[in-house]
Design a protein around this ligand. Structure first.
Ligand SMILES: NC(=O)c1ccc[n+]([C@@H]2O[C@H](COP(=O)([O-])OP(=O)(O)OC[C@H]3O[C@@H](n4cnc5c(N)ncnc54)[C@H](O)[C@@H]3O)[C@@H](O)[C@H]2O)c1
Length: 441
């Protein structure tokens, strides 16, 4: 039985009316999927999400009745690696603290690698995991620049050939409401999407100032959410979720992006605080994309679409234009928590040899976000073909430095703090505090 067809919630509901004997069947079926299986897992990146993802993985293991061993963990800060190790019973000798820690994990007998570092390292780590024949759960976004996104796509193809399972942390694709929306779309109940708008507007993220004597490599790895080469900027790091939903419902990435952004409040790093973009999907279909990280302003994380037969919200309300009720069959999940369900789907794919591989989806959405960022940074209209086909385009190889591979070769130099892209100039500068205006009479 497919995991998505066994709902814990509906199991509970039916159990209440049908009694214990009836309960046993679905539970038995869910459990049977993992019975007798033991998975060995490693984690790279022992921060908030790394610990969270490992916990979610172990919950999924329980739900399917399998067993797991956390073999090794890695973080470039010893204390973080060791603390996570203690939490998940990993001996200190297998809590690695170097930039090549992922290679040390890959040399051990692990089945699955969880990748939850700063996004800039994702293409390198994914490529190595796939080369080593490991299944992967990787957090979004999966790159910070066009070469990195293409590198992920290539690794995803190798994974396909090897029959490996790769699941990404774009958890909306494992969430009941969004899956219902997908079903309604596929059944033609919503019509064809003709436009929409997507938002990730919220407050400022954290700033992690440089510790005394800290080298550039560790400063970047720690304060990663403020450097474009580490996070891809927040359009990529957070708003990728919403862009992924737009690409999902439309069925392809934007043809081009044009728009703007700026920086008013950030203290460190080289990112913008806000973006507003027109994503052109061709055939007069446009999505307005906006994202902001500034305190004290409007906040909202959502996707809304207009279609020939309906208007609908990502994962939520769907309403036909003629008022007809939209009915889709119940989607039964093993877990109501998409952060757990994504690991259930990962494990079931491995057990059933299904080769679930989300690399192209997440890499395409990541590259769509990067396209928007380049458009805002440069002030130019940027086409998908600039990033995927035209090798002579100035954007094709627009790579961030230092590159992930550089961190293993020796000391790296961090980009200067508070120096940002200036649209229209082709340069990076300190943000102007005042704008020179034309003098009027
Ligand atoms: N799916 C979601 O909803 C969701 C939510 C939060 C974060 N995330 C993603 O998870 C990832 C991690 O975010 P976080 O909130 O846990 O950040 P975090 O800063 O709490 O954790 C990242 C950890 O990675 C470590 N690290 C950085 N570079 C490394 C390297 N090369 N090798 C080993 N360790 C390294 C850092 O020291 C840090 O401990 C990001 O990609 C983020 O976008 C996803």
């Amino acid at each position: 039985m497919d995991s998505k067809n066994v709902s814990r919630r509906s199991f509970m509901k039916s159990a209440a009316v049908a009694g214990v004997a009836a309960q046993a069947l679905p539970l038995f079926n869910v459990r049977a999927q993992g019975a007798g299986r033991k998975f060995k897992v490693g984690l790279v990146g022992c921060g908030g999400r790394g610990n969270g993802a490992l916990g979610n993985f172990l919950e999924a293991i329980k739900l399917i009745g399998a067993e797991a061993e956390v073999v090794a963990v890695s973080d470039v800060f010893k204390d973080k690696a060791v603390n996570t190790g203690k939490k998940f019973n990993v001996p200190e000798a297998r809590c690695f603290d170097t930039f090549d820690g992922y290679r040390k994990i890959l040399a051990l007998p692990v089945d699955i690698l969880i990748l939850a570092t700063a996004p800039g390292f994702r293409p390198l780590h994914l490529e190595a995991a796939v080369a080593a024949g490991k299944h992967v759960f990787m957090e979004k976004p999966v790159a910070v620049d066009p070469p990195g996104a293409r590198r992920c796509m290539a690794a995803g193809e190798v994974a396909k050939q090897k029959g490996l399972t790769i699941v990404a942390g774009t958890q909306r694709r494992h969430q009941e409401g969004y899956l219902k929306m997908e079903q309604a779309l596929k059944a033609g109940l919503l019509g064809t999407v003709t436009g929409g708008r997507i938002s990730w507007c919220g407050g400022a993220l954290w700033v992690r100032p440089r510790a005394e004597g800290q080298d550039d490599a560790h400063y970047l790895a720690n304060n990663w959410g403020n450097f474009v080469g580490m996070s891809g900027d927040h359009i990529c790091e957070q708003h990728v979720h919403n862009i992924d939903v737009a690409n999902w419902v439309i069925g392809k990435p934007p043809v081009s992006a044009v728009g703007f952004g700026g920086r008013a409040r950030r203290e460190t790093g080289d990112q913008f605080d806000f973006f507003s973009l027109d994503l052109d999907y061709g055939n007069e279909l446009h999505i307005h994309s906006m994202c902001r990280q500034v305190n004290g302003c409007y906040g909202g994380v959502w996707e809304q679409f207009v279609a020939t037969k309906s208007t609908f919200w990502g994962g939520g309300k769907m309403a036909t234009l003629d008022g007809k009720k939209i009915e889709v069959p119940e989607i039964k999940m093993v877990s109501g928590n998409p952060y757990v369900q994504e690991h259930v789907d990962l494990l079931n794919s491995i057990i059933g040899n299904k080769g679930l591989n989300e690399t192209q989806n997440v890499a395409t959405s990541t590259l769509s976000a990067i396209m928007g960022r380049i458009a805002a940074y440069t002030g130019e209209l940027v086409r998908w073909s600039d990033l995927m086909e035209k090798k002579d385009s100035p954007f094709y190889n627009m790579a961030c430095t230092p590159a992930a591979d550089d961190f293993e070769k020796g000391p790296v130099v961090a980009p200067p703090d508070d120096v940002i892209a200036v649209p229209g100039s082709g340069e990076k500068k300190k943000p102007a505090k005042k704008q020179a205006a034309k003098k009027g009479k």
